[in-house]
Design a protein around this ligand. Structure first.
Ligand code: ADP
Ligand code: MG
Length: 455
């Protein structure tokens, strides 16, 4: 089915409404006019009946016919028939068909108007009276107004009405169509503007100022959608650039080493050395890829794979034990405060806390204390991991959780340093639990807080 355009619909609606209004108005005027004509006819019949009664009462019967002829002869609209009691005509202007019909009716004593429908199709408004005798013999009076008397006027009126209806329909279609088209023009220009917005021109926006009030909200909504899309698009482009960069570096290292070793014959020990450092590089590559996969999965889960009761205190203790050697190595102390239990995925929470802890140990100066505080309030629990150390720049804070972001890139990639995916994974895990990660950094140190709902 083809969809009809709004212009077409509104134009048709306007035309229909104006035709209906004109028609109702026309019917009302028609009724009023007919009512008025009936009242006039009724009054006229009464007047003439009174006039005839007067004449019958005052004029001698021999002159009656003549006087009636003088008084009524020039009333072509009304048919008169005045007769004796025995039916012989005194005065008549009535057509034969009417007289024949009157022959079958009996006159009444009261003035009661009737409507007669003759067999030939004509109808008359009629007064048919028995005139009580004042002088001489009683008379019969018949006064009849032809029902078709007003037909020419009504016909003219109906033609005028029809013309007005057609005119109204045409005028309102043209005018309505024009107005609707004009009103919808801003939509067209919004569409034109939207067509200009491509991936190369994602910074363009729809011009809100030009849009009429009703479209203003739509334009603003579309603009904020564009802003979000642009933001995501930029991040996606950066991400693919970062990803290629991260993968290219270890592969370049591998190739270089292999080429150097193959350039000339070497002894077994040299080959073993070369293979060893190749394995290290490949391990790094495989970790990045595994992390990327994990991140992609964690970011797209709608529901956690499994939820179980997780005791945070013992989970953290296991991790502190695991990182004990590394901490000792860096002359860093590890401590835990508090405990809480929540419903969540143990493996994921384990990984999230491990990422925070390994960062804290890595950035903690020798002799410092890495502190893990567990608490719960308002239906959620918090795991805060803090370490002393230099303050992180305020503008870097929101970017820490981006993939591949490392605050101090100039340091290069020392061994043991990650690819910058740890915090991104921690955030994805928090979000999969319906929670979040926050960071606060002062001159005294840095605290990461993992906030998770209890259930
Ligand atoms: N406890 C911390 N103190 C100072 N800086 C930190 C801390 N934790 C993370 N960062 C900064 O955030 C960056 C991103 O961390 P992360 O995503 O774990 O990546 P990676 O550990 O692989 O560098 C780190 O490179 C570091 O600059
Ligand atoms: Mg890390």
């Amino acid at each position: 089915m083809r969809r009809r355009s709004t212009v077409w619909r509104l134009t048709a609606l306007l035309a229909t409404i104006s035709v209906l209004v004109m028609a109702v108005l026309g019917i009302a005027i028609d009724q009023a006019v007919r009512h008025n004509f009936n009242a006039l006819d009724r009054a006229e019949l009464e007047n003439k009946a009174a006039l005839i009664s007067d004449m019958v009462a005052t004029v001698a019967p021999q002159q009656l016919g003549e006087r009636l002829g003088e008084a009524l002869g020039h009333h072509p609209d009304i048919a008169f028939w005045i007769s004796d009691a025995d039916g012989s005509t005194v005065f008549s202007t009535a057509p034969a068909a009417l007289l024949e019909y009157a022959g079958q009716q009996s006159p009444t004593a009261q003035r009661r108007q009737q409507v007669w429908r003759l067999p030939d199709g004509n109808h008359y408004r009629v007064l048919y009276l028995r005139q009580p005798p004042t002088q001489g013999a009683p008379l019969r009076l018949l006064l009849a107004i032809d029902g078709a008397r007003h037909a020419p006027f009504l016909r003219g009126f109906h033609q005028l009405l029809a013309a007005c209806i057609v005119l109204a329909a045409v005028a309102s279609s043209l005018l309505g169509g024009y107005v609707v088209r004009r009103t919808l023009r801003p939509l067209q220009s919004l569409a034109d503007e939207a067509r200009q917005i491509t991936t190369e021109h994602l910074d363009r926006r729809l011009s809100v100022a030009a849009a009429p009030a009703e479209l203003d909200h739509l334009a603003q909504t579309l603009n904020s959608m564009l802003a979000r899309l642009q933001n995501d698009f930029v991040r996606l482009s950066e991400f693919s650039a970062d990803l290629s960069h991260e993968l290219r570096t270890p592969i370049t290292n591998l190739l270089t080493q292999v080429h150097v070793v193959l350039a000339q014959p070497r002894d077994n020990a040299a080959y073993r050395d070369a293979l060893g450092s190749c394995a290290e590089e490949m391990q790094r590559l495989s970790r990045i890829i595994a992390d990327m996969l994990y991140l992609a999965q964690a970011e797209t889960v709608d529901a956690l794979p499994t939820r179980e009761r997780v005791a945070l205190g013992s989970l953290v203790d296991v991790l502190l034990e695991f990182y004990g050697l590394l901490a000792e190595d860096k002359q860093v102390q590890l401590r835990r405060d508090g405990d809480a239990e929540l419903q969540g995925n143990r493996l994921m929470i384990h990984r999230a806390v491990a990422n925070l802890l390994s960062n804290a140990i890595q950035h903690c100066p020798p002799g410092g204390v890495v502190q893990v505080r567990i608490g719960s309030s308002d239906g959620r629990c918090s795991i805060e991991v803090s370490n002393p150390g230099p303050q992180i720049a305020a503008d870097a804070l929101p970017r820490l959780f981006d993939r591949f972001y490392r605050a101090d890139r100039s340091r290069g990639r020392g061994h043991g340093e990650g690819a910058g995916l740890g915090l991104a994974i921690t955030r994805a895990i928090a979000q999969a639990h319906g929670g979040q990660v926050q960071v606060a950094s002062t001159a005294q140190g840095t605290t990461f807080s993992l906030l998770l709902p209890l259930a």
